[in-house]
Design a protein around this ligand. Sequence first.
Ligand SMILES: *[C@@H]1O[C@H](CO)[C@@H](O)[C@H](O)[C@H]1NC(C)=O
Length: 234
Amino acid sequence: MLSPILSIILATTALAAPGIKIAGCSVANKQMDIPAGQTQLVNPTIPPSFIGLGLGVQNYTCSSAGTFTSTGAVAELVDISCVDSSRLTAVTDAASEIWKQAPKGISIQAVIKALSGVDSAFGSSIILGQHVFVTNPITGVGINPKWDFTSASLKGHADAFVVGARTGGIPAPSNPAVNIDWLMVNNIQGDLADQIFRIETRGGQPPSTCTPGTADISVKYVSQYWFFGGAFSS
Ligand SMILES: *[C@@H]1O[C@H](CO)[C@@H](O)[C@H](O)[C@H]1NC(C)=O
């Protein structure tokens, strides 16, 4: 349930202009928490370069088999470098609630403003960049995830993007029917990062069946994205 204050913030700041600057705090001491007892996601031995909170949608189309297949995703990545490690999970939960309840067409800045009521670290938070899907730039076949900071926190750095290919994945440790998989993704193009992990997912899963011929759907989700290596850091 959104507090009245959050509701007012969401309602009154929908037209706020985007704010763009470089990421806030060093993440050199942050450690990514991934489940033990699995071999799909391997924690890098180097510190992360960036940690972003993705707020967006996963898109699906209904296949002739009556199941939804992914057609990509689009998300804004909010810098969470200044959030204390002990608060990362709680902040992700709160962001998921706010995002789920945000009215259609709300600006990401309004959502960030609402988040600043959850954790003071968001008071100075910025947009790191955008997450989209693009045609595979190497093979020209299929779509691959891209994280692009060139229009936001790393404006002017033409190589501040990464296109990746999934190399490992596990079902979300909690509620995997609702929450999308946790992933490990390796760089196939760009200088932003060598590896990207999608963890702490909230939402994003489609219904288990659909009627062929029905419209495409978008399912809201939130997740943490951890970036390792690359030519930049926060
Ligand atoms: C996903 O759907 C949204 C509308 O909900 C649309 O704006 C966006 O372009 C779509 N992106 C992809 C990659 O399909």
